[in-house]
Design a protein around this ligand. Sequence first.
Ligand code: PBG
Length: 321
Amino acid sequence: MRRNRRTEWARRLTRESNVMPDDLIWPLFVQEGKGTRTPVPSMPGVERLSIDLLVKAVGEATALGIPAIAVFPVTPQELKTPNGREATNPDNLVCRAVRAIKEANDDIGVICDVALDPYTTHGQDGIVRDGEILNDETVGVLCKQAIVQAHAGCDVIAPSDMMDGRIGAIRKALDSEALEQVNLLAYSAKYASAFYGPFRDAVGSAQSLGTADKRTYQMDPGNTDEALREVALDVAEGADMVMVKPGMPYLDIVRRVKESFGLPTFAYQVSGEYAMLRGACDQGWLDWERAILESILCFKRAGADGVLTYAAPEIAKLLSA
Ligand code: PBG
């Protein structure tokens, strides 16, 4: 066995999976203001950017060969309401950001999340009545949210809300607005995970959510067959691509989804995974360059076609070095 491992050329020749910039999707946080950047304390190296700086960052990502970015808005507290009304405002922060990115005319895909949590005072992804997250009422609002984002120029609508039936409803809504070219990337298997903590700090939904959780709509971490049923439904409803989230603790799900459906399958190396790796590296306990590259390689080996990672530009730089 060791002959194939003896030299670098042999290792390269026999390696089954590789990481390329084409595998990377970069999630970014956008905030109000001009020329402002605000670090996210629980995600060292990650900053919330005003639109002008965001456009620059996207230009750099394009130059590095990253094929797509995902934009997440930091909604000012005074715009949050119980029903998340700001989500459907065609001039909300994320729509303005998408328009500005598209004006720069970079050859890069823009992905927008569909869910109400950045806009609700309670931090839930849907509309709440008597403590219940209402499914169908929420889906109606998500359709409107998807339409304003798509009209702003978003290329890929990525529902991350985990309401039932939303993929079919959003597909229909987009088609009825002559937005049939817009892709749907379904967060099909999204688990009720503790690893989203730093993201919720970054977008300011952590304080809204308080001690509440999302276990009545996000998946139970103990389940895997259920993930396949979720993906089957989303594919039947019109999803073009699917996502598994979180990533590293859920690579078994990535493997099963890819093998069962064979459609473009992405995994999200979520904020908590980034924080773990970065935190350990900042302590000097792990080597950042080797650890981050290995982590992405493992997603590829598990069957992912691409990875959402906050380290995307750093990884792309390492690959071109
Ligand atoms: C919101 C959303 C979340 C993430 C992406 N979209 C958080 C949540 O569901 O509470 C998490 C991403 C990350 O942790 O990096 N629907």
